[in-house]
Design a protein around this ligand. Structure first.
Ligand SMILES: NC(=O)c1ccc[n+]([C@@H]2O[C@H](COP(=O)([O-])OP(=O)(O)OC[C@H]3O[C@@H](n4cnc5c(N)ncnc54)[C@H](OP(=O)(O)O)[C@@H]3O)[C@@H](O)[C@H]2O)c1
Length: 353
């Protein structure tokens, strides 16, 4: 297979490090350029506060971090962006105008009507928005985005609940990990022995993004899924892995065992195409009363961290409602993993390389 040369914006951050971890042994995406802000000009190994137990591979430790500008990525086929949203908007635009294809984790362009917001198992057809984007924006390159880490696991579970059971309402409470706030993130004195019941802008963002991802693309326009959603987002003292409880309502009776079968059988285009970062089972259903748990289940699946684990499936206040708990790894499935999977799908469909 033809090699894809990749560059990474925000290489030293919590998500940037996850890219390095995941792309180190990728069979055909080669991470060749690392870019940063304050770390530009330094060796990566000196600039980064490495967060993983496995050693930082030497070729990255020795690599020089370059300035976040298009000239730095010369010759690269794709640019991954793990920049903070406050700076990502303009920097990413500069790359797109200069002819680069970007896959971005940042929220800056996610809700732009001409920018696809991708979870490859859920809305692979939305990649076609890149054709509309090309016509309307006049950029030489392109921008595709991936969602907020809290949305990803939720949207993967809502997709079969909508398609097979016509879910018509979703109430969600989240227990979000510390790494979701980046490094160094939440002050230890605020979170130790504590739960923070508010994450700025998160509740609005999750509902808005889920409706776009679950929406229908017709004639170059994404029509949002109308499902009403209520969110309560909390930060908890867990390092990795967002846990969410979902209460959903349906037009008719739902049998939890039938729902469990449908969720466990859910497969998407990445599975059919056998993409490298696609887990065999996007959703793993556990039947024990005390699962999923972040420590036990966040690395679940044939591609560790890429499967969403669902448990505690039961009817809610009546047999037309359902309750469950889901867990997904926020920097893998919720960030770098979904972006890499998106790039693999883009390569397959001729948008990269
Ligand atoms: N953490 C998650 O679970 C998660 C999940 C999904 C999406 N996201 C999104 O992913 C992005 C990165 O998140 P994170 O948690 O990795 O953040 P982070 O730990 O704060 O890292 C931010 C990175 O951006 C770089 N940067 C900052 N300002 C810059 C500038 N002006 N020019 C160039 N580089 C600059 C930093 O590099 P220097 O050290 O060189 O300044 C650092 O590498 C955010 O948009 C976030 O919303 C995060």
């Amino acid at each position: 297979m033809k090699k894809i040369s990749a560059a990474l914006l925000g290489a030293t951050g919590a998500v940037g490090q996850r890219y390095i971890n995941m792309l180190d042994r990728h069979p055909y995406i080669s991470l060749d350029v690392l870019m940063g802000g304050e770390s530009a000009g330094k060796k990566y190994g000196e600039a980064v506060h490495w967060l993983f137990p496995d050693a930082l591979p030497d070729r990255f430790a020795q690599a020089k971090v370059l300035k976040a500008r298009p000239e730095s990525a010369q010759g690269c086929d794709v640019v991954f962006s793990a920049l903070p949203s406050e700076v990502a908007g303009e920097i990413e635009l500069g790359f797109a105008r200069a002819g680069y294809t970007l896959v971005s984790e940042a929220s800056s362009h996610r809700m732009d009507p001409e920018v696809p917001l991708m979870i490859p198992e859920v809305n692979p057809d939305h990649l076609k928005l890149l054709e509309t984007q090309k016509k309307k924006k006049g950029w030489k390159g392109a921008i595709a985005t991936t969602p907020n880490c809290t949305v990803t696991g939720l949207a993967i579970v809502l997709k079969p609940l909508l398609d097979s059971f016509a879910a018509e309402k979703a109430i969600v409470t989240t227990m979000q990990a510390l790494s979701g706030a980046g490094y160094p993130g939440v002050p230890s004195l605020a979170i130790t022995e504590n739960v923070l019941p508010y994450i700025k802008n998160e509740e609005e963002k999750v509902a808005r993004e889920a409706k776009k991802i679950l929406g229908t693309l017709k004639a170059g326009v994404v029509h949002e899924n109308p499902i009403p959603m209520g969110l309560s987002c909390n930060r908890v003292q867990v390092i990795d892995g967002h846990t969410e409880t979902l209460y959903a309502e349906f037009p008719g009776r739902v049998d939890p065992q039938e729902v469990a079968r449908v969720l466990a059988g859910f497969r998407g285009k990445p599975q059919r195409l056998r993409l490298n970062t696609a887990p065999e089972r996007p959703i793993i259903v556990r039947t024990e009363n005390d699962r999923p748990q972040p420590r036990l289940d966040r690395m679940a699946g044939s591609v560790p961290g890429m499967s969403v684990t669902v448990g505690r499936l039961r009817n809610g206040i009546d047999d037309r409602s359902l309750q469950l708990t889901l867990l997904s790894h926020n920097t893998i499935r919720g960030a770098a993993g979904t972006a890499i999977l998106t790039a693999e799908l883009m390569e397959k469909e001729g948008f990269i390389g």
